[in-house]
Every structure is written in C-alpha cells, then in structure tokens.
Design a protein around this ligand. Structure first.
Ligand SMILES: [Zn+2]
Length: 105
C-alpha cells in the first residue's frame, strides 16, 4: 500500500531528515481516511480509536504542547531534545508496524 509507504516516509524524514510533522496536513493516511472519521484507517483498525488516540503520536504532540510550549502543528525535533528524538522514533517504529500488519494481513 503506497499510502503506508508515504506515512512511514513522513516519519523517516522527521527522525532522520529534519522534517516537519504537519499533523493531518502531511499525513497520507489522514488525507485518505480522516473525512470518514478514520473508519478505514489502518491505525484506527489497530487501536480501535480515532484521531490517533492510543498511539505514540499523542505523547509526541503532548510533549510539544507542554514542554516546548507549541500549541499546534507543525512540530519537529527540537535541537538537542532527547525526548523529541525518542518520541519521534517511537512513532516511526509504530508506523512501520502498522505497515507490516497491513501488508501481511
Ligand atoms: Zn522535545
């Protein structure tokens, strides 16, 4: 599934390429599924919850909201912040898992 490759690629870029997380604006899964309340999104199928509840994404967003005083996207890894790196890596790992599950059924 190409959209899963692009979703993983977004997080590869955030972790390794200094890329930005624009939330739904640069998430291929959101663009495909958010209009239908995430109903068929592979993340919703995994967690049973919408809006990425139950995923590491919530910790990533909360960290920016609370610790970096950034109330909304875009988020990116702040220079020298180990927590940013750790949380972005967790979300990347999670996206890879979702891709694997979707590919293997
Ligand atoms: Zn940080």
């Amino acid at each position: 599934m190409d959209i899963l490759d692009r979703a993983v690629g977004k997080w590869e870029d955030i972790v390794h390429g200094g890329g930005e997380d624009g939330g739904a604006d640069n998430c291929s899964l959101c663009q495909e599924f958010a209009d239908e309340d995430c109903e068929k999104c592979p993340i919703k199928l995994d967690t049973g919850e919408i809006m990425c509840d139950g995923t590491p994404y919530k910790d990533w967003a909360a960290h920016h909201n609370l610790d970096h005083k950034q109330p909304h996207v875009p988020y990116k890894i702040q220079e020298g912040c180990e927590m940013c790196e750790e949380l972005a890596q967790k979300q990347l790992d999670y996206m890879k898992l979702i891709r694997e599950e979707a590919t293997n059924g």
